[in-house]
Design a protein around this ligand. Structure first.
Ligand code: HEC
Ligand code: HEC
Ligand code: HEC
Ligand code: HEC
Length: 112
C-alpha cells in the first residue's frame, strides 16, 4: 500500500514539475542597458495572461523543452536576420500594451 501511494505521489510530482514548462517567475532584461535602465516584469503573470501560449513572446519556440532566450538570436547590435533586441522587445512588449490599453507604454514605466 505504501509503495502504491509512493508511486501516485511520484506520478503527480512528475506531471506537476516536468511536463509543464513555465519559465522564471520574474525576469530582468538587462543585456543591453547602454542608455536605459534594465526592465523587470512579472513573467509568471504574463504567461497566465496569455493562457500559457508561450509563443506569444517566444515566437520561435517549437513547444519542446524550454524556450531559448531572446538574446540567442536578437543581439544588442543587429545579428543575422533577427532585428535588434530593442526593436524586438519594444514591438512585443509595448505593442501588446498599446493594443490592450493596459500595461506600461511610457519609457520610465519600463526603464525604471
Ligand atoms: C513595455 C516596456 C518598455 C517600454 C514602455 C519602453 N521600453 Fe525600451 N526596452 C524595453 C526592453 C525590455 C529593452 C531591452 C533591455 C535590455 O536588453 O537591456 C529595451 C531596450 C531599450 C533600449 C536599448 C538598450 C539601451 O539601454 O541602450 C533603448 C535605447 C530604449 N529601450 C529606449 C526606450 C525609450 C526612449 C522608450 C520610451 C519612448 C522606451 N524604451 C520604452 C522595454 C520597454
Ligand atoms: C510576455 C512575453 C512572454 C511570455 C508570455 C512568456 N515569456 Fe518566457 N521570457 C520572456 C522574456 C522577455 C524572457 C527573458 C529574456 C530572455 O529571453 O533572455 C523570458 C525568459 C524565459 C526563460 C529563460 C530563458 C533563458 O534561457 O534565460 C524561460 C525558460 C521561459 N521564458 C519560458 C517561458 C514559458 C514556458 C512560457 C509559457 C508558459 C513563457 N516563457 C511565456 C517573455 C515571455
Ligand atoms: C531562434 C532565434 C530567435 C529567438 C530565440 C527569438 N527570435 Fe525574435 N526573431 C528571430 C528572427 C530570425 C526574426 C526575423 C523575422 C523572422 O524570421 O521571423 C525575429 C523577429 C522578431 C520580431 C519581429 C520584429 C519586426 O520588426 O517585425 C519580434 C517582435 C521578435 N522577434 C521578438 C522576440 C522576442 C521578444 C523573443 C524572446 C521572447 C524572441 N524574438 C526570440 C529570431 C528569434
Ligand atoms: C500579450 C500581451 C502582453 C505582452 C506580449 C506583454 N505584456 Fe506586459 N502587460 C500586459 C498587460 C495586460 C498588463 C497589465 C496588467 C494589469 O494591469 O493588470 C501588463 C503589465 C506589465 C507591467 C507592469 C506589471 C508587471 O508585470 O510588472 C510590466 C513592467 C510589463 N507589462 C512589462 C512587459 C515586458 C517587458 C514585456 C515584453 C517582454 C511585456 N510586458 C509583454 C500585457 C502584455
Amino acid at each position: 500500500m505504501r509503495k502504491v501511494l509512493g508511486m501516485v505521489v511520484a506520478a503527480v510530482f512528475f506531471v506537476g514539475t516536468v511536463a509543464v514548462a513555465s519559465g522564471p517567475k520574474t525576469v530582468t532584461i538587462d543585456k543591453c542597458k547602454k542608455r536605459k535602465a534594465a526592465v523587470t516584469f512579472n513573467h509568471e503573470a504574463h504567461s497566465k495572461r496569455v493562457n500559457g501560449k508561450c509563443n506569444t513572446c517566444h515566437h520561435k519556440w517549437d513547444g519542446k523543452g524550454e524556450p531559448h532566450s531572446c538574446f540567442k538570436c536578437h543581439g544588442c547590435k543587429k545579428k543575422g536576420n533577427a532585428p535588434k533586441a530593442m526593436k524586438a522587445f519594444h514591438k512585443t512588449c509595448k505593442g501588446c500594451h498599446k493594443k490592450m490599453h493596459k500595461g506600461p507604454t511610457k519609457c520610465k514605466e519600463c526603464h525604471k
